[in-house]
Design a protein around this ligand. Structure first.
Ligand code: SF4
Length: 277
């Protein structure tokens, strides 16, 4: 059986950068998981003593706090500063960008419409840079109905959203408000992995997506793979690989989301080779 890796897979620029930053700051802690991968978080703890805190109480144990790729809210940042923490900002520059846009556009009196999931940490952070009551987060054009938008609107998107869906929001806004400023803040890294997974799934009779199960990135890759190649699996590491998956298979595709480190992918490939002999 042939084992084929996707043309694009694994770490994106922002994640690689955040891991480098964490490795350069041993004996610190990240505020929330640095990335959506618990094996990589365990490695940072073991090799660099970079811990993980989920709240301000837990943060008391550390002098240095690292801000994760998704960023945090403006208030959380202020609170950490007020608590005397040394803050190392590992927010991905592609997430900092919409934060800055929301801040600037709010100052210029624009109402902000964010296309994204209001419960996602990235969006909670981005929204916090706007003026309270003048920031709306939507996932569909239907959700725009009845919102008190005012005459001037600026819109940004969650980095992982699909461009054609953002276009629908932009189209709906453009006929509703007098002035619309559109900022395309979608990150291409996710799409490169998605396109490569699509291609891989069409070439193989089994596809394995490697990465944290709480990552929306990985979930999207898995759903793409499954829609093309019915024998697709989403695993976090090599311990989940099963021998029976490979019976009568000729090609196994392996892909991974932007938060999956290469060392986990290599272990999965090694395990598949052991199982198929
Ligand atoms: Fe940054 Fe894009 Fe990676 Fe998200 S997927 S961390 S926005 S580079």
């Amino acid at each position: 059986m042939e084992i084929k890796l996707a043309k694009h897979y694994g770490f994106c620029y922002g994640v690689e950068r955040a891991i480098d930053i964490a490795e350069q700051h041993p004996n610190s802690a990240t505020f929330g998981p640095l990335i959506h991968n618990k094996d990589e978080i365990a490695r940072l703890k073991q090799d660099f003593n970079v811990g993980l805190v989920e709240n301000f109480e837990e943060a008391k144990e550390y002098d240095t706090i690292i801000i994760r790729t998704h960023g945090i809210t403006k208030d959380a940042y202020k609170k950490l500063k007020a608590d005397g923490k040394k803050i190392i900002n590992a927010t991905c520059p592609f997430v900092t960008k919409p934060q800055q846009i929301v801040s600037q556009m709010s100052k210029e009196d624009y109402t902000i419409v964010i296309f994204g999931d209001k419960n996602h940490p990235e969006i909670k952070g981005v929204a916090s840079f706007g003026e309270e009551g003048k920031v709306f987060t939507v996932l569909s054009e239907e959700e725009l109905i009845g919102l008190p938008l005012g005459p001037k609107v600026a819109t940004v998107a969650q980095t992982t959203r699909k461009p054609h869906e953002f276009k629908k929001i932009v189209a709906a806004l453009s006929v509703r408000v007098a002035e619309l400023r559109v900022f395309n803040t979608i990150c291409n890294a996710t799409f490169e992995n998605q396109d490569a997974t699509r291609e891989l799934a069409s070439e193989c009779d089994i596809t394995i997506v490697v990465g944290g199960k709480n990552s929306s990135n990985n979930k999207q890759l898995y759903s793409i793979a499954k829609s093309i190649c019915p024998d697709s699996y989403h695993i976090e590491n090599e311990s989940e690989v099963k021998k029976e998956w490979f019976e009568n298979k000729e090609c196994c595709g392996v892909s991974a989301g932007a938060s999956t480190p290469d060392w986990i992918i290599q272990k999965v490939v090694k395990r598949i080779k052991e199982l198929v002999g």
